[in-house]
Design a protein around this ligand. Structure first.
Ligand code: SAM
Length: 483
């Protein structure tokens, strides 16, 4: 039986191995034939190995090779379209506490930072949830700093219970993903029992010396404990885990290969890779001087990262957040993103405050408790409407986790092409709910236009018939149907 205690980070994140893989990519950066072979392999949706990923990353870096780069991007768009269609899953982060005892040098929460510390009471959690529900969200990512005294696991569990129990008209939180610090198998078991969706933890950087330099104090300074957290989460029964690098901390190609090794480790050990990969980039935060970070990733490099990962792990969800500017977000979504946040607030207690002030975007958010500054300040309604106008289907679906389709059961669904009979109708049903409960006339028009077209992409006739029935019942006021 797998024992997370005996697993060490160096067993799967091996520095020498990463350097070897990077050297291979460097050597083949101008090898057109090899790139063509890799693209052909990617087209068959079987994913890529780390050496192939390295070749593509290096080929994309070659400025004389813009044609090749465009080919890689268009393959990423094709794969995204083939697997995810036009759906894009929406969520909002909910920050419950910014108390933190870590010294992470890039984060506004770090223990020496001058931010105002705040932890929500359960009544405040309920207020935040009502405000998030009033924006139409059904899925949240619960976030907190690390502080065993002020914010222990029982507090997080209590917040989850409050969030699931809080309703606002037709609004309800149907899925809670949790992004909290690395913890014990026992704590992960508690999160599982409380109904966690995905456990998300970012590695920040796979490069150990950089990790140790940027995390000088606090429990998070233990690279090994942090890197093996997903193993413990899996051992605690959570089979949907999310990983991610904070791009800008170290050289991006090293980080992508580190990600590939992490994916491989989870696949080899548990038979299932991560459910999602988040792709955050470092942003300005209180007390953080960005000029001290020499590895800031450019927009072009960021596009490469997303496109190459899309080819490498076609069935793994990829997440971007409001850290990215609105126009750019629309561009990178087409390269492979399957989930995005909208209308986000990175402060503690900010949603209820916004609602009280009659605002629904983040342009006037109080920054005194914020973790970092968002770039896309639009409201959730504006984000979703822009997506609709660009031909996407904003999805508020939370069905898989609630129907027990987690871990390999979800992958089975995705790999057998059943997304068109399951995720697509669910996306449209939840979008219809959203349009009727929160949309203006234009939003409703756009929604029912897109549904008319996309309905034809449901493969099975019996699903189409059931879909029509559910849609009529939603129009009549019923809610929460799913396939
Ligand atoms: N305390 C948990 C932990 O240790 O992982 C949760 C961390 S925090 C709420 C979520 C993520 O925000 C971090 O993992 C980090 O990658 C990201 N983050 C921190 N500072 C940031 C910054 N200045 N810009 C962008 N993202 C940042």
């Amino acid at each position: 039986m797998f024992d997370s205690k005996s697993t060490k980070a160096e067993d799967f994140i091996n520095h020498e191995e990463i350097l070897k893989v990077l050297a291979y990519g460097e050597e083949h950066r101008n090898d057109h034939e090899e790139v063509e072979r890799i693209l052909k392999k990617a087209e068959s949706l079987v994913g890529l190995d780390r050496y192939e990923v390295s070749v593509l990353l290096h080929a994309c870096e070659n400025t004389e090779n813009s044609e090749l780069r465009e080919k890689i991007f268009s393959m990423a768009r094709k794969i995204k379209e083939a697997i995810y269609g036009r759906r894009i899953v929406m969520f909002a982060p909910l920050y419950v506490s910014n108390y933190c005892i870590n010294g992470c040098k890039y984060c506004g929460y770090h223990c020496g930072s001058g931010i105002r510390r705040k932890k929500l009471t359960q009544e405040e959690v309920a207020e935040e949830c009502r405000a998030i529900e009033a924006m139409g969200h059904k899925r949240i990512a619960m976030e907190a700093g690390e502080d065993p005294k002020n914010c222990d696991i029982d507090y997080i569990i209590e917040c989850m219970k409050t969030a699931y129990a809080t309703k606002n008209g037709n609004g309800e939180i149907r899925r809670i993903n949790v992004n909290i610090a690395a913890t014990t198998v026992e704590d992960y078991k508690k999160l599982k029992e409380a109904g966690i969706g995905t456990y998300v933890l970012f590695q920040e950087t796979y490069h150990k010396p950089t990790y140790e330099n940027l995390h000088p104090s606090g429990p998070k300074s233990d690279y090994d404990y942090h890197t093996t957290a997903h193993d413990r989460a899996m051992q605690g029964g959570i089979d949907d885990v999310g990983i991610g690098v904070l791009y800008g901390l170290y050289e991006y190609k090293y980080e992508v290969i580190g990600t590939m090794l992490h994916v491989k480790h989870l696949e080899d050990t548990f038979g299932i890779g991560p459910h999602t990969i988040s792709i955050p980039r470092i942003k300005w935060a209180e007390g953080v001087d960005l000029s001290l970070f020499p590895n800031i990733v450019t927009d072009e490099q960021f596009k490469t990262i997303i496109a190459v990962l899309r080819l490498a792990v076609p069935y793994t969800g990829m997440i971007i957040s409001t850290r990215e500017e609105c126009g750019f977000r629309d561009e990178i979504i087409s390269l492979g993103i399957s989930q995005t946040s909208g209308g986000s607030c990175t402060g503690v207690g900010g949603y209820a405050k916004r609602l009280a002030e009659g605002s629904c975007d983040s342009s006037h958010d109080d920054q005194s408790t914020a973790q970092f500054k968002v770039s896309d300040e639009r409201s959730e309604a504006e984000v979703s409407k822009a997506l609709l106008k660009n031909g996407y289907i904003p999805s508020f679906c939370t069905a898989c986790y609630r129907a027990g389709r987690t871990g390999d059961r979800f992958m089975q669904l995705a790999k057998t092409g059943n997304i068109s009979n399951c995720c697509l109708p669910n996306a449209m049903l939840t979008l219809a709910e959203y349009a009727l409960d929160y949309g203006d006339d234009e939003f409703r028009q756009l929604t029912f236009d897109v549904i008319k077209t996309e309905r034809e992409n449901i493969k099975e006739e019996k699903v189409k018939t059931k879909f029509d029935e559910y849609l009529e019942r939603i129009k009549a006021g019923e809610r929460d149907f799913r396939f």
